[in-house]
Ligand binder design. Structure first.
Ligand SMILES: CC(C)(COP(=O)(O)OP(=O)(O)OC[C@H]1O[C@@H](n2cnc3c(N)ncnc32)[C@H](O)[C@@H]1OP(=O)(O)O)[C@@H](O)C(=O)NCCC(=O)NCCS
Length: 193
């Protein structure tokens, strides 16, 4: 578990699956993230869970408050271990937690983990141009805007532009909430009774 000031990052557990079923079928979250828009069943989400657990080129964690409330997920995917690069993505699925700094804190914790524990050198982020909040969050966390991939995504019948960001391990990065975070040994959350 990775301990932040207001949040903790936990390993994804099977008991987290049902919450992901709701987020994966939420039209606004699909629009903002560019997730696959097909209606998804619980079986699809369980398959997704199995894939996450078996993919060594991905690290996905749940974002929970100190009290254990489940807000969303954060991941580094598509890891190329030889080059030392990976792509960060996150979702704060519970709207009442938006705009309160939780997303920024989760990014800072994940970035520290990726550079210090996974020994990555470069983290990329891809954000749809209409998702200005996500762009602000990556910029706030020190990511550098590299350019636009024109028409490289397809959502709701339209090809969309994607903004590419990167952060190198050698870049200056702001240390705010997560600066006080302690990286603890990975442990798993106890299953609910
Ligand atoms: C994007 C997301 C991860 C950000 O997390 P968050 O906890 O809401 O973000 P934070 O509170 O840390 O920061 C939000 C920042 O964006 C700003 N903001 C809010 N709405 C905005 C908008 N429409 N346009 C630009 N900036 C906006 C806030 O003012 C704040 O910046 P500030 O600290 O300088 O004031 C979260 O809102 C989310 O998951 N949204 C839905 C899914 C999604 O978009 N995922 C990202 C896919 S790339």
């Amino acid at each position: 578990m990775i301990l932040g000031q207001r949040i903790r990052l936990w390993a994804l557990e099977r008991f987290d699956v049902s919450q992901n079923y709701h987020w994966a079928n939420d039209p606004e979250l699909i629009y903002l993230t560019g997730m696959n828009p097909n209606p998804k069943s619980l079986v699809d989400i369980e398959r997704w869970f199995d894939n996450v657990c078996n993919n060594n080129n991905q690290r996905m964690f749940t974002i929970k408050t100190q009290d254990g409330e489940y807000l969303g997920n954060i991941e580094i995917g598509d890891i190329d271990w030889r080059v030392g690069r990976g792509e960060i993505g996150l979702l704060v699925g519970e709207r009442r937690f938006w705009n309160q700094g939780y997303g920024s804190e989760a990014i800072e914790l994940m970035v520290n983990f990726a550079f210090e524990e996974l020994r990555l050198h470069r983290i990329e982020a891809r954000v749809l141009t209409h998702n200005t909040r996500a762009q602000r969050v990556f910029e706030k966390c020190g990511f550098v805007r590299e350019g636009i991939l024109r028409g490289s995504h397809f959502v709701a019948g339209k090809h969309l532009d994607v903004v590419v960001y990167s952060l190198l391990g050698t870049d200056e990065r702001p240390q705010t909430q997560a600066a006080a975070a302690t990286l603890l040994e990975t442990e798993t959350e106890a299953a609910p009774a």
